[in-house]
Design a protein around this ligand. Structure first.
Ligand code: TXA
Ligand code: MG
Length: 316
């Protein structure tokens, strides 16, 4: 593990070539995606992947998502299906992860899948992520670039604050436009929503033409990252608040007057994009956080999923 601070790289072609070379050498490189910043490692290099778990302090049983440049690259790693094809056609590149049976001989390190016989794979839409994947020319395992259990990073500054001493470099391209992790759909049995995220469950159901099984009724393994306390700030979080206590800071939504409003106009996409950044800011201020009610439809489901984990009792 490096003792020095991570290199801050720009999105210039030469800096992205350096980022790709670092990945090829087994180093960890954080990079922007449309959802959150990912902590990238060569998915076929077991030692590099081990460093991801070490840097994040992530439980070894929690598998990683592999990022690839296009659908053709995904198909080389997993057993493809007609459902996968329809979802990929509709939502890739974009904030959707598919869990499919892993091809034997894919070359993916066992540490990536945590020994499962399935693989989570996605084609990100962010132009910087796409360019980096093209230059690296191979699958990149990338969890969110935060210490395990803490708030996900939507800026390079968040990444540096959490991991700078533990990784090789961060490619800085400002804030992530979606702001919430990808939606994870399991396709190993009937389609299941394993994690709500940047694409609304309703939109996926419309493409598949069948309702998605909710994660809770899924046979194991579920998305193990769905641990109850996750995305947690260091301060207490109270949800569905209509009257704020004196010691609390309000994280607002819709028509409430406050300093940090996720979306004064009640737009759920805007709220998703602001969510983690505002949580980081309020966390740094150190006062308990009260959150306005957020409608539980469309992207609101993913926002409420993350908030309920932020508010859950912490493991001691
Ligand atoms: O938007 C995203 O998906 C971001 C960016 C960086 O792409 N990545 C991300 O990764 O959120 P991470 O590691 O924070 O979350 C990955 C989730 C975890 O809940 C993990 O348990 C689940 O994916 N997962 C990975 N492989 C799986 C598998 N084979 N079966 C079921 N769940 C899996
Ligand atoms: Mg994460």
């Amino acid at each position: 593990m490096s003792e020095t601070s991570a290199r801050l790289l720009s999105t210039s072609e030469s800096d992205l070539a350096s980022a790709a070379a670092l990945l090829a050498a087994g180093a960890l490189v954080a990079f922007p995606t449309e959802t959150v910043y990912g902590l990238g490692a060569d998915a076929c290099n077991g030692e590099a992947v081990a460093r991801v778990f070490e840097a994040k302090g992530r439980p070894g049983f929690n598998p990683l998502i592999v990022h690839v440049a296009d659908t053709a690259a995904a198909r080389q790693l997993v057993q493809w299906s007609s459902e996968a094809e329809r979802l990929a056609d509709s939502f890739w590149p974009g904030p959707l992860t598919l869990v499919l049976p892993l091809h034997p001989g894919s070359g993916i390190s066992d540490l990536v899948t945590a020994g499962l016989d399935t693989l989570a794979v996605r084609v990100p839409a962010h132009p910087v992520a796409r360019r980096l994947l093209a230059l690296f020319n191979g699958p990149v395992a990338a969890p969110s670039a935060n210490p395990s259990g803490r708030i996900s990073p939507t800026t390079a500054r968040h990444v540096m604050a959490g991991l700078s001493e533990r990784i090789g470099a961060v490619v800085d391209d400002g804030a992530c436009p979606v702001g919430l992790e990808s939606t994870i759909v399991g396709l190993t049995e009937s389609p299941a929503l394993l994690r709500p995220g940047g694409i609304a469950g309703e939109d996926i159901r419309n493409v598949l033409g069948v309702p998605l099984k909710p994660a809770s009724t899924q046979a194991k393994p579920n998305a193990p990252g769905q641990l109850l306390s996750h995305y947690a700030p260091g301060v207490p979080v109270r949800l569905n608040v209509r009257s704020v206590r004196k010691d609390e800071s309000l994280l607002g939504f819709g028509k409430v007057v406050c300093r940090l409003n996720l979306s004064p106009g009640g737009d759920l996409s805007e709220a998703a994009a602001n969510l983690f950044g505002y949580l980081h800011r309020l966390d740094a201020e150190g006062r308990p956080i009260a959150v306005s009610p957020i409608p539980d439809t469309g992207l609101g489901r993913a926002i409420n999923d993350r908030l309920s984990r932020a508010a859950a009792p912490r493991p001691v």
